[in-house]
Design a protein around this ligand. Sequence first.
Ligand SMILES: Cc1cc2nc3c(=O)[nH]c(=O)nc-3n(C[C@H](O)[C@H](O)[C@H](O)COP(=O)(O)O)c2cc1C
Length: 325
Amino acid sequence: MISTPICELLKIDYPIALGGLGGGFTQPEMVAGVSEVGGFGAIGCHGMSAAEVTAASVAIREITDKPFALNFLLFLVEEDAFAAALAQKPAAIALAWPRGDQDIKSYINRAHDAGCKVTLMAGSVKEAIRGAEAGADVIIAQGSEGGGHVSWMTSIVLTPMVVDAITPIPVLAAGGFANGRGLAAAIALGADGILLGTRFLASDESKMHPNFKKAILKSDGHDTVLTEIPDLAAGTVWPGAMSRAQRNAFIKNWTGREWEIRQNQKEVEATVMTARKEGDADNAPLSFGQDAGLIDDIIPVKDIVLRIVKEAEDIMRNKLPALAD
Ligand SMILES: Cc1cc2nc3c(=O)[nH]c(=O)nc-3n(C[C@H](O)[C@H](O)[C@H](O)COP(=O)(O)O)c2cc1C
């Protein structure tokens, strides 16, 4: 069985985590399903009220007594929701995307005082060191292959650089990991495990519209782009992030006309909301990673975790030892 030091730290069986996908993509059933099978589930609390954070935590605990994380985007964090999360005392508070001038230490200290571990997502070595110095227990090194908001460095380069910069603090590699080969590779790069977003979006438990899930299956991974168009349409300025989204009709339509989105933000946002509701995969931004090219089925999250473990174990037991003889 694959077990790394992070398993002991987070009290999980397998070093496989679900990213806290905000915007309602991580539901209690999905989070609990990942945790119950032995991985580490996380709910994206971005946009949730204090009452919703509490209700989601209670709902997860009705399904499993295994550890899970509550995830916050620091640059948009709402005090009430954060306080409600701490009151739930999850195994971990998962933090991502602080502003450059934000005092992350105070959030980390409050989480520690509540008895939670803290993970911090970093897309650069500088951000990883910042998180480590502020007291984070785990750093998520997130590469630009990943879905949603990412920085500029690829996982294969960023992961070992972050590991070297903050050792002995454990690192989970994120961005582009979707199978057992990815887990074995991440461990070879010095990480303690992997954190996944896109793979779990294409799961039975994912509440993503079926048409959007189909777009992930159909994607060969070559059809995504780093863009600011989804954020311009949402009217949100992120602290230095680009968004990896499918180069669909919506993105093609607005590329080169970003100024026009700024001019008509509310109207553009309204068309996005309608397209999302109708499951129109061409006319809403679709955030997923290059690893969509590695995904060709929609299965329960439990099977995703177990399949990754089995594949990685097979590589490590049967393929790698013979190569080192
Ligand atoms: C639709 C979507 C929403 C996301 N929302 C969040 C979020 O709210 N908080 C966060 O820490 N990461 C978020 N992420 C990033 C994931 O946690 C993770 O780093 C990324 O998906 C890893 O790359 P992968 O998609 O190749 O697995 C999101 C990713 C996607 C695809």
